[in-house]
Design a protein around this ligand. Sequence first.
Ligand SMILES: Cc1ncc(COP(=O)(O)O)c(C=O)c1O
Length: 451
Amino acid sequence: MDAIDPAAPPRLRTPVPGSRARAYVERLAASECPALTTRRARREEQTGAPHDPPVWTRAAGCHVWDVDDNRFVDLSAGFGAAAVGHAHPKVVAAIQAQAARLMHALGDLQPSDVKVDLLERLAGLVPLPNARVILGLQGSDAVEAALKTAVLCTGKPGVLAFTGGYHGLAHGPLALCGYRAAFRTPFSNQLNPHVCFAPYPGLESGRAETLAGALASIASAWDAAGSPIGAVVVEPVLGRGGVVLPPPGFLRELGALCRARGALLIADEIMTGLGRTGHLLLSIAMGAEPDIVCLGKALGGGQPVSACVGRGDVMAAWGDPGGEALHTGTFLGNPVGCAAALAALRVLTDEDLATRALRVGERWQGELQTLTARHTSIEAVRGIGLLQGIVLSSPGQALSVVQGLLRRGYITVPAGADTRVLSLTPPLTIPEPLLEGFLPALDDTLSEHAT
Ligand SMILES: Cc1ncc(COP(=O)(O)O)c(C=O)c1O
């Protein structure tokens, strides 16, 4: 395959989606769970424009090619997973070597050498005393492991979560989904009933906007909870919920509250961690001392790998005297995923991509902010590092803007419960000319979609 200039702009050969992509989407509609086809149809109704997607066939660095040979710039980094860029050569080499040597082992029963290497690496990376790790595949596996750890450790079934929070859609994390009640409702009879919600500070106007008000709201929710709370699960910055930054000191005070009330603080760093927000772990940079940290997305360098990393004394709760491995799975510690994660972590730390994300993200935010003077439809540009959000003035508006940008060759995703936020999470390696090149495309799109 031809090498490509990492800073090459988008290049579209057909309208998006092209005829080949449309043919694939028709096949998709006939074979995929109808939920996704229905969503496309609803979005089409909402925005008056087709929502058929391009169909990916290849990706490298910040570029994605579709089946019609259109080349896009991916400002979503594949939902944040391609933090080191798609198909980073060192990650690919590690996967190829591992796949040729050992693709699968006996999970918890007979581990692979590379699984042991990854566990050690993670325990060293997350600065918790005597850290221990449970690996998973998706982000929601890590949250599920953290929730189980909390109940084993504290004996308390209750969980305090936040409005706007998103932790994955498996049954454990789904019960904590404050992002949209609609995700929980059809399954509510099957979900943990011991969950209460507090407002995420800054998500909506009101008492929880200030630090003192947010803490008071949490205390009220906690006091009103019907069950003893053993865990508080929080995103250091709301990601899917709309890129919302809490006031300074919030994470630190939340940790103190947890300690005072005998609950574990679980920091969900699946989106914010491993460099995206300018720090390897944002919760710790914000002064919190979490008991458990959940990692995913960027961890696998594009392979499905997640991790629940906890303090040694907390994780000791798993030491069942009956000797049962209460939490395992066929693919636990999959060797190919472990090799990919080790390579991705090496790239992240060797190239200090966290520091780069902070520097490049700050500059880009300033450039994005210049567009607010030209577009009344931009309410705010907010974020940290390369987790940025553009808050638009009307509900649903991000859907049209995402489509407009796609037609100009940029892949972005909508965020926020009322889809008013354009989420921008490019690979941390993105060449700056690509970030600059995005500005006129956004400018044009916003002019087209002015409301
Ligand atoms: C903060 C956070 N936690 C958990 C998850 C769930 O991860 P996954 O979709 O890999 O299960 C996500 C996914 O977007 C996330 O952003």
